[in-house]
Design a protein around this ligand. Structure first.
Ligand SMILES: Nc1ncnc2c1ncn2[C@@H]1O[C@H](COP(=O)(O)OP(=O)(O)OP(=O)(O)O)[C@@H](O)[C@H]1O
Ligand SMILES: [Mg+2]
Length: 373
């Protein structure tokens, strides 16, 4: 039996809302205990640096190159994660040496499986040296090098959650971040995962451009408009939605150009429906209809979005993952704590049906703190 480790997971999603920190105890198979979790928000100047990094990353051809603003952005990502862990541990009255491993996802600035390129910024060795805790990082590289999509990676953790909750398969886990993704936990150890399409990313961008607010709180803007059926139909005719999994997306795969003529409210309503209908379309790609769907990620706070998804799921009950007793704001960070514990033992992180790797594959780079004196 593998040893139980105390693991911290760190996630900074494409929404750029902040660094999520979560603590769990795990042997990489089961979750022995859930610790606390906390989000440390970025401030606006940080977000501007990261948005600039998204722009400049489009020109990258080498995932390790850091031209222009990318070098500054990487230093900033590492620093903000270090500060977040230090503040988290201080709040927990826990010392760094009580933590066995940190799973550091970093910040994705570019992801395009078609070009076999996925770029996460953040320096795991520097983080390990500063925190004096071993850090597992660069989780997506090995998967993509082996021919996988490099995403989504949380599926093994979702499977562990299904076991912990003792819920009968088939179940669906839905994470609504910048992009939305699902994990299907079927009977007979079937595990399927893929990105379904947009999550909050498009709606966030639209809301920011049209109202100056960072996101459409509770979906109130969308609720006040009417979706354009013509544009919705066009958006949903994208061949991505009928493509069999595994498959993954960049945050910027879908463009908002076609919405330019719409009012702020109608554009938001269209994008919200786009997210809901593309999530529902994913059910047709599964081998079996799930008996329930549990949502994590920031999008589950959007009441209008949840209503729309619920309606589109045609009878599959949708609930926030809290219904199983878990914290949906911490799920992704917990997943990277879990993946770090698995990586230390060389266990698989991804599978043929979760990312398209030819065989179950481990991953992540392991950086141990430099010893001083
Ligand atoms: N009350 C709310 N109403 C509407 N939307 C909300 C609310 N609270 C959070 N959100 C949405 O959740 C987003 C943040 O979600 P989350 O942190 O899961 O995404 P992320 O950081 O991009 O992660 P991922 O890596 O999964 O894409 C915000 O940008 C916003 O769109
Ligand atoms: Mg986030």
């Amino acid at each position: 039996m593998a040893e139980i480790r105390r693991a911290i997971g760190l996630m900074s999603g494409t929404s750029l809302d902040g660094v999520d920190v979560a603590l769990i105890d795990t042997d990489g198979e089961r979750i022995a205990a859930f610790g606390r979790a906390k989000t440390f928000p970025y401030d606006e100047p940080d977000r501007q640096v990261f948005r600039q990094a998204f722009e400049e990353a489009r020109a990258l051809t080498d995932r390790t190159a850091r031209p222009g603003v990318l070098a500054e952005a990487e230093t900033l990502v590492t620093l903000r994660h270090a500060e977040a862990v230090e503040a988290f541990l201080a709040g927990e009255r826990t010392e760094a040496r009580a933590v066995d491993v940190v799973g550091f996802h970093g910040q994705t600035v570019f992801h395009d499986p078609a070009r076999a390129l996925t770029v996460q910024i953040g320096d795991g060795q520097r983080l390990a040296d500063r925190l004096r805790i071993p850090v597992v990082w660069d989780f997506r590289a090995a998967d993509m090098a082996a021919g996988g999509q490099g995403a989504p990676l949380a599926s093994v953790f979702h499977r562990a959650l299904a076991e912990t909750a003792g819920r009968a398969a088939p179940l669906l886990f839905l994470n609504i971040g910048g992009v939305a993704n699902v994990t299907f936990v079927g009977g007979d150890d079937v595990l399927i995962a893929f990105d379904t399409g947009p999550g909050n990313g498009l709606l966030d961008d639209w809301t920011r451009a049209r109202t100056g607010k960072p996101f459409d709180a509770d979906g109130r803007l969308a609720a006040s408009g009417r979706p354009s059926e013509t544009i919705l139909e066009e958006l949903l005719s994208n061949p991505y939605f009928t493509l069999p999994p595994p498959k993954s997306l960049d945050r910027d795969t879908f463009s908002m150009e076609r919405l330019a003529g719409l009012s702020a409210a109608d554009g938001a309503a269209t994008l919200l429906q786009f997210t809901a209908l593309s999530i529902a379309a994913s059910i047709a790609l599964l081998p079996e209809r799930p008996n329930a769907c549990f949502a994590s990620g920031g999008g589950r706070h959007n009441k209008e979005m949840m209503r729309a998804i619920s309606g589109a799921l045609a009878g599959i009950p949708l609930q926030p993952i809290e219904a199983l007793g878990f914290d949906g704001d911490a799920t992704e960070a917990q997943a990277f704590a879990f993946l770090a514990a698995r990586a230390i033992d060389g266990k698989p992180l991804s599978y043929p049906l979760t990312t398209g790797v030819p065989r179950p594959l481990s991953g992540g780079r392991i950086s141990r703190p430099a010893t001083s004196g």
